[in-house]
Design a binder for this molecule. Sequence first.
Ligand code: BV8
Ligand code: ZN
Length: 299
Amino acid sequence: MDLDDLIPDSEDETKTVADKDRNSACDSKSLEHSMETFHSFLRSDKCRSILALVGAGLSASSNLPTFRGAGGYWRNYSPIDLATPDAFYSDPGLVWQFYAYRRHMALQAEPNSGHRALARLSQVHTVDFMTITQNVDDLSQKAGHDLQKLLEFHGSLFELRCTEFSCSYKSRNFDDPLTSALDVTKFDRDLPHLDPSQLPRCPQCGGLLRPGVVWFGESLPLQPVDRADEFIVRNGVDLILVIGTSCSVWPAASYVDIAKNQGGKVAIFNTEVDSELNDWQFIGDCAKTLPEALEMEPI
Ligand code: BV8
Ligand code: ZN
């Protein structure tokens, strides 16, 4: 059986499966009520396999701006405009200044209690658990998340890759600054135009290095996607935790429907209300709601 077998072919089949005995928190009178029903589901033997889909909202309380929130802009640039191969090849200096800033911010940031709650869940062995993270800030790793249960779908700010076609150099690198021209503490109000010679170079071939993140228009890395699909085919998904994500970036966002389409329950942890009918919605800072939802005797 592979992943396609799990996705029903008809819309109404999805509807029926998804709507069956739904306990929507939209109707719930209070957070306490949905927290109570959430905890009883979490403790039941119906909840044996949990998938988490994590986005930038999980790191908001660690003072890292989200992509689409107010703080998401950098020097009047939207991250979406800079997180593309075209942007990099037309002005590698500007894109490297953007990533140098984000590396610097992420290195200053500490994991919050939302990261730590997920890390604790990853250490529990009574449920099958996997986290798909869209985040590139390394905060889940810093929080002690079991790395075997953490899939970086969009790469990492702290991975460097050579841009030379024939060179396979890549490395994990936490240096700040990477070069003197990328010293964020010395950035002026007006960013200087950087020459490629001032940017990180490959120690193997001298080529230009790039941030090891997945840009828009680039394919996701095969290994984490394969591991996510293997997890789902092997265990199914009884519950998907959708944490701090606008679900606006694909194909990561598709995992909510994949979970729903096989009868998995959906718990949203977001500051905004989701118009979709979900089983639970915990509105608020996920650094608070997630530990409360997951902070229980070992399950
Ligand atoms: C690809 C790394 C295929 C870089 C990122 C359909 C299918 C396939 C692709 C597409 C498709 N439709 C469109 C596409 C193209 C594109 C895409 O999805 N575009 C979007 C804009 C429509 N997808 C791609 O290009 C992907 N590649 O599909 O390849 C292909 C390729 C070639 C040829 C053929 C096919 C690659 C996408 C990866 C892009 N890289 N990051 C970097 O970081 O610089 S994505 C980027 O956005 C981040 O990873 C981020 O995590 C992600 C998603 O955003 P969110 O995490 O959700 O953050 P956002 O700000 O949007 O929302 C935050 C949420 O948190 C909000 O809901 C907010 O309310 C909430 N919140 C805020 N504070 C809190 C909170 N919640 C709780 N508590 C709080 N305190
Ligand atoms: Zn190289």
